[in-house]
Ligand binder design. Structure first.
Ligand code: NAG
Length: 615
């Protein structure tokens, strides 16, 4: 999002408010702020979704409004990109246990079936119209001048819908996927395969060229689209023919020391675009593959340093920070929109990439420093040296701890500039950190939540990044696929809760470890903590002193959720129970007999969840 580049740019820049007195800010420790901010952020998202959202009267059902702000700037529209990123986050929240979100997910999908059919200045359904960047919130076309087309939208929408489609298939609801979701996804995939090799406007709606974010998200959509087609007993031959070409093209954005995010635009190309791409391409089942710019890959880490460093000297609120301490991050250093400021979503993304990276190293069991990534590591661990460090070594522990601390310092930076009510605008002023530009930006809230989940190791399902096969020679390309209007929105009755289900991500090698999220609902009093203990070493071999603590960061009065995510050997069956300890560490109570039993699923996504209620 969110333009204003051409015409409104000058007006917007002069309309930027003069720095006011410092506003009241969030205080306290990072963990206490995260705990209080997460329900605020989720509510902030829901407030901006029609028809029930409290801040977006007039928006149709399932429509995500970018911000309630109707002037200076006017963001009261629905962007295909923002809406898809927001709903990908909500689908992941749903899969992690927020079962009440299913209605909104289905409404979103229904709304997109209608939106695909709206003819607009970019074209009609099967003639380029899917890349129209934004629409009026009543689903009518926006016909004013704008930076169009934007070719990332259809890809991001396909990815969001595929995440929910995989869940439905795991629940035996393949026919719903076939009749409602696949027709929409198929149109988006056909759009991508036909147009990926043509220029378009970037995610900031300013540069008309090829863009790293667009190419990256398109590649992911084709890989997932192809896997979904197989699951549905069909195939996407145009996805299969084009995906390797996109992967090849993706490599060309690498300069040798960082990612040049746009092929045009006349800038350095240092841009949060590339960090957002890395976290979008994150795959918990992948290695630190630099071809897909995995967050832990040497290229992505080198790029993280170059991009975030580019903001250190230009924002006065960043002055005085040492290397290795997170700063306020903007879109790109040359930015002049609202005079060019840090964006909450960019600062959260800088943290999220690092949480993802640490998760990957721990899962893989080692960490490698190459000459490409050495400078990144030296900032957080000055004695870093090129080499590979197994997770059993103290160097591994020291470095991963340092990277986590570095990630937290980006979250703390955003915390420092968040008002006490937790509201997240689009930007915070480079001069004094006061919020500016659009209020209650939906994407800001979503970016907080994805970073928050990554910090808690609640990771999205695998999308098949490890299937990447890089052709030796790149070539240009285009392939057409089926396109027809998707009109069926007759959802069967809601599926049952996703508790005790597994999610899977197409064909892949089954990992040996599955990350299982245990969700236990139990009302507790202040100072109490819920633990899990069981018959396997990872659960303390029934020793209550070695029980694993659950987290209360998602706990609310209406939903007393405690959770923990643990890597467990796939296929293992074990017994377990929850218990509660007081603040003194003594056991307050045990669940009643019998013991619970669980078998760790062996699925290709490497992720599963189990929902329990105290007994
Ligand atoms: C099309 O693909 C070729 C081969 O990768 C690449 O050189 C060219 O820059 C691409 N153009 C656009 C606009 O994507």
């Amino acid at each position: 999002m969110l333009l204003k580049s051409f015409l409104p740019l000058i007006a917007a820049a002069t309309a930027a408010p003069a720095p006011a007195a410092l506003e009241a800010r969030a205080t306290g420790s990072l963990t206490s702020w995260l705990a209080s901010e997460s329900p605020v952020a989720l509510q902030g998202v829901l407030n901006n979704i029609g028809a029930a959202g409290s801040k977006v009267a007039g928006a149709k059902s399932g429509i995500v409004v970018a911000s309630p702000s109707k002037s200076n700037p006017d963001y009261f529209y629905t962007w295909t990109r923002d809406a898809a990123l927001v709903f990908k986050m909500l689908v992941d929240e749903f899969l992690a246990g927020k079962t009440s979100l299913e209605t909104q997910i289905q409404d979103y999908i229904s709304s997109q079936a209608a939106l695909q059919g709206v003819s607009n200045p970019s074209g009609g359904l099967c003639s380029g119209g899917l890349a129209e960047p934004k629409y009026n919130v009543d689903l009518s076309a926006f016909t004013g001048a704008w930076g169009r087309p934007q070719r990332d939208g259809p890809a991001l929408r396909a990815t969001a819908m595929i995440a929910y489609a995989r869940y439905l298939i795991s629940k035996g609801q393949t026919s719903t996927v076939n009749s409602i979701i696949w027709p929409i996804v198929q149109n988006d995939l056909s759009y991508v395969t036909q147009y990926w090799n043509q220029t378009g406007f970037d995610l900031w709606e300013e540069v008309n060229s090829a863009s790293f974010f667009t190419t990256g998200v398109q590649y992911r959509a084709l890989v997932e689209g192809s896997a979904l087609a197989s699951q549905l007993g069909t195939s996407c031959s145009h996805c299969n023919s084009q995906a390797p070409l996109l992967l090849c093209f993706l490599q060309s954005y690498w300069t040798g020391s960082y990612v040049r995010s746009n092929t045009g635009g006349g800038r350095s190309g240092k841009d949060a675009n590339s960090i957002l791409t890395s976290i979008h391409l994150f795959d918990q089942a992948a290695t630190c593959d630099s071809n897909t710019f995995q967050p832990c890959s040497d290229k992505a880490l080198a790029n993280h340093k170059v991009v975030t460093d580019s903001f250190r000297s230009i924002y006065s609120i960043n002055s005085g920070f040492a290397a290795g301490v997170g700063v306020a991050v903007g879109r790109y250093p040359e930015d002049v929109y609202y005079n060019g400021n840090p964006w909450y979503l960019a600062t959260f993304a800088a943290a999220e990439q690092l949480y993802d990276a640490v998760y990957q190293w721990k899962k893989i069991g080692s960490l490698s420093i190459t000459s490409t990534s050495l400078a990144f590591f030296k900032d957080v661990y000055p004695s870093a040296a090129v080499g590979t460090y197994a997770s059993s070594t103290s160097t591994f522990t020291s470095i991963t701890d340092a990277v986590l601390k570095y990630a937290d310092s980006y979250m703390s930076n955003a915390q420092k500039y968040t008002p006490t009510d937790g509201s997240l605008a689009e930007q915070y002023l480079r001069s004094n950190g006061n919020p500016t530009s659009a209020t209650d930006l939906t994407w800001s809230y979503a970016a907080f939540l994805t970073a928050f989940n990554a910090r808690a190791n609640v990771m999205p399902a695998s999308w098949g990044a490890s299937s990447a096969k890089l052709p030796s020679v790149c070539s240009s390309g285009s392939a057409s696929g089926p396109c027809s209007s998707a009109t069926n929105t007759a959802w069967p009755s809601r599926t049952s809760s996703p508790s005790s289900t597994t999610t899977s991500g197409g064909s892949c090698a089954t990992p040996t470890l599955t990350t299982v999220t245990f969700n236990e609902r139990r009302t507790t009093t202040f100072g109490q903590t819920v633990y899990i203990v069981g018959s396997i070493p990872q659960l303390g071999n029934w020793d209550a002193n070695s029980a694993k603590a659950l987290s209360a960061t998602r706990y609310t009065n209406s939903d007393p959720l405690w959770f923990v995510s643990l890597g467990l050997p796939a296929g293992t069956t074990f017994k377990y129970k929850y218990l509660i300890k007081g603040s003194d560490g003594n056991i307050v109570s045990w669940e009643s007999d019998p013991d619970r039993s669980y078998t760790v699923p062996a699925n290709c996504a490497g992720i599963a969840s189990k929902s329990d209620t105290w007994r």
